[in-house]
Every structure is written in structure tokens, then in C-alpha cells.
Design a protein around this ligand. Structure first.
Ligand code: V47
Ligand code: SF4
Length: 359
């Protein structure tokens, strides 16, 4: 294989044979300026796993409160209780949001929110029960390790018992948020009140051992180094070797508007595509890589399908977290728009559920 950057030739041999890439290989993927070469390598793996298929889900996001005691520096969404615009939905508000869309074929509810000290354990189990009662056919993908950690400390229950209670109330799966960058250095600077890498990984391991599948993410494009990005991949890959509980990985491009890091410029298209491609190549035991159109925009998400991504996430209906931080993408998409995006990129749209069962 001829690459513009000859250093990629040894990676091609590994990719061709299905040999695992190393830390140095991961660093090379970010260091090289041969974007097309990196994309070609990632597309080789993507085509092997999924051919021309590109997945999406008909989902609805519910962000039940923006009151959060953690106040991570990168987050524009969270506020204090006294701030203008603070909200926290009660069960009637949640019911109202669900009923507004009850005639649509939503099959995934993506539910996350801030850590509001006024919400007790029963708030979370009541919410799951309410959602299951109104939408019995939909999969409930809710809460991150951050909420599990909070609930376990709040209730005095073990992490395993916390997960069991949530599962009994209707939790089907967990989204991948809250990991940010699995680096204590980054944590100390950007999210000192949030759990560290070791705790995130150990809670995720317990979640998987309890039979709950999850996704994983990485928030990139702020102060993290390339070494920290690759180390994050390797930590996830190592956990996935042990549990097999991750369904998909989603790179999340940092948006700085309205945050305390507003001096940081937006990520650029080359870095966004490299992140998708490097994820596909490093996470050889993850079946799916999502290009989250909300973060990188519809056009680049289409392009990412040729750079290793096989999934565009979902219709969403109303996204709040990234739009508060300045995202300019739509707040939601119709099924028609989603399918046109995929077909326009030369792929075959496949509607799925949260577990990638084809609908
Ligand atoms: O954990 C917060 C991130 C995450 C900003 O699992 C920000 O299917 C960019 O995890 N700029 C929540 N990102 C989103 C998330 C997610 C999204 C889509 C699909 C799935 C899935 C998971 O958003 C947070 C945090 O890492 N975030 N602030 C910001 N200013
Ligand atoms: Fe709270 Fe999550 Fe925002 Fe951090 S990222 S402040 S935990 S809502």
C-alpha cells in the first residue's frame, strides 16, 4: 500500500492482519498530516465490520435538570439553583415531555442531567418507572457513572446495589458520558469535583458485570495531550477485553461558548475526522463508532462515515447540553433527514435500537 506518509505502511500491515495497534501507533495517527491515509486505514476496518451500513436510532433526549453541584469548567449547561434559567423537572414535567411525542416511533430515551442535591434516590427510580409506564416499548438509556456514584453515596448502598435498584426500576442501558478524559491531570484542572478515572472505570466494570451494557465517550479538544487521548483509548480497550460490555464509542468535540474555557477555539474538521478514525483503529474490540452529528455538524458527520464511523446516533428531538455551549447543528432531525444524510454519503441507512438490533 502506498501512503503519502510512509510511516503509515507498518500500520497498514497491522490493520490488514488484525493486529492490535500500540500506544506509539496511536500517537502516529495524531502526529501525521496524512489525513487520507489515516482515513483509509479506519475505513478498511469499518468496511470489514459493517460494509456500507450506517446506523441510526429514533431517540428522544430528556435532560431532567440543569442544576449541578459539580460545575465542571467545560460545561455551559450546569447552573446553581439560584441562577436564572435553573430548572428541575418533576414527574409531571417528564410525563408531559414524553406525551408530546407519544405518536412518534421513539425507541430509545436518552436521559441524563446534573447532580441536583434536591433529587433523592426515589426521584431517579420514580423517573425510570414513569418512563417505562408511558413508553413500555422503548429502551431506557439513562445516567452515567457520575450519577451512579452520586446515588451510591447519597443512599449508602453499594455500587452493585445501586445499579440493581435502577435496573429493577427500568434502566436498560447507560450512555457513555462522564468519562471526559481519563486523566487525573485533566481532571484536576477541568472537573475537580467529579470522579476520577479509576472510579469511572471501576463503576463501569460493575455496571457491565450487572449485565447492563453501556457506551463510552471522550471529550476532546481542550487541554488534553495526544498521549492522554491514546491512554484513554487503551484504558477503555483494556476494560472492554475484560467485560465486553461497551456497545459504541463516541468522540465528543469540546464546545467552549458560555463556559469558563471560552478562550479555547473550536475543534477543526481535520482533528474531528482524525478522532473518529483513531477511535476506529485503536478500539479494535468496540463494534461501533458514532459520529455525533450534534457536536461536529451534519456535513462532517456524513464525511466521518468514510473515516471509520458506522453510526450517526439519533433524531434526538431536543438537544440542550451542546447547544448551550454554542453548537450550531440542528436541535433534532426527522427520520427523513437522517436517512437522506446517510444516503447522501453513499451508505445504506439502518434503523436500530440501543443494542444495535436492526428494526
Ligand atoms: O459527559 C459537556 C459532554 C457529555 C460539553 O452514549 C460537552 O450514546 C462538548 O455523553 N462541549 C454528555 N461536550 C453527552 C454524552 C453522549 C452524547 C451522545 C450519545 C451518547 C451515548 C452520549 O457531554 C458529558 C460531557 O462529556 N459535554 N459539556 C461541551 N461544552
Ligand atoms: Fe454537572 Fe455533568 Fe455539567 Fe459536569 S458536565 S457540571 S457533572 S452536568
Amino acid at each position: 500500500m502506498k501512503f503519502k506518509d510512509q510511516r503509515l505502511e507498518s500500520l497498514y500491515d497491522k490493520v490488514d492482519k488484525g493486529t492490535r495497534l500500540s500506544m506509539e501507533d496511536g500517537l502516529l495517527l495524531f502526529a501525521t498530516n496524512d489525513l487520507h491515509g489515516v482515513g483509509f486505514l479506519a475505513d478498511t476496518v469499518r468496511q470489514r465490520l459493517h460494509g456500507r451500513k450506517a446506523y441510526y436510532v429514533y431517540n428522544q433526549h430528556l435532560n431532567y435538570t440543569n442544576i449541578c453541584k459539580n460545575r465542571c469548567l467545560f460545561c455551559a449547561y450546569a447552573v446553581d439553583k439560584e441562577d436564572a434559567g435553573a430548572y428541575s423537572w418533576n414527574m409531571d414535567d417528564i410525563e408531559k415531555r414524553l406525551l408530546e411525542r407519544i405518536n412518534e416511533p421513539v425507541n430509545e430515551l436518552h436521559i441524563v442531567g446534573g447532580l441536583n442535591p434536591d433529587n433523592d434516590f426515589f426521584y431517579f427510580t420514580d423517573m425510570l418507572k414513569k418512563v417505562k409506564e408511558i413508553r413500555p416499548g422503548a429502551k431506557v438509556k439513562a445516567f452515567t457513572c457520575v450519577e451512579i456514584d452520586y446515588l451510591s453515596r447519597l443512599s449508602g448502598l453499594s455500587v452493585a446495589d445501586t445499579i440493581a435498584r435502577l435496573r429493577d426500576a427500568g434502566l436498560d442501558m447507560m450512555p457513555g458520558g462522564g468519562a471526559e478524559v481519563l486523566s487525573d491531570r485533566v481532571r484536576r484542572s477541568l472537573f475537580p469535583k467529579k470522579m476520577g478515572a479509576r472510579r469511572w472505570l471501576s463503576i463501569m466494570e460493575e455496571v457491565h458485570r450487572a449485565g447492563i451494557k453501556s457506551n463510552a465517550t471522550m471529550l476532546y479538544g481542550h487541554i488534553e495531550t495526544m498521549e492522554e487521548r491514546v491512554a484513554h483509548f487503551m484504558a477503555l480497550r483494556e476494560l472492554q477485553d475484560r467485560t465486553g460490555g461497551f456497545c459504541a464509542f463516541i468522540p465528543l468535540a469540546f464546545h467552549s461558548k458560555n463556559t469558563r474555557l471560552s478562550h479555547i477555539p473550536p475543534t477543526n474538521a481535520v482533528d474531528d475526522l482524525k478522532m473518529v478514525a483513531a477511535s476506529r483503529l485503536m478500539l479494535d474490540n468496540f463494534h461501533h463508532i458514532k459520529a455525533y452529528w450534534v457536536m461536529i455538524g451534519e456535513g462532517l458527520a456524513q464525511t466521518a462515515l468514510c473515516y471509520g464511523a458506522d453510526d450517526l446516533d439519533g433524531t434526538i428531538i431536543e438537544e440542550r447540553i451542546t447547544h448551550t455551549a454554542g453548537a450550531t447543528s440542528a436541535k433534532g432531525l426527522t427520520i427523513g433527514e437522517m436517512e437522506e444524510m446517510i444516503k447522501g454519503a453513499g451508505f445504506t441507512p439502518v434503523e436500530r435500537d440501543s443494542f444495535y438490533n436492526i428494526l
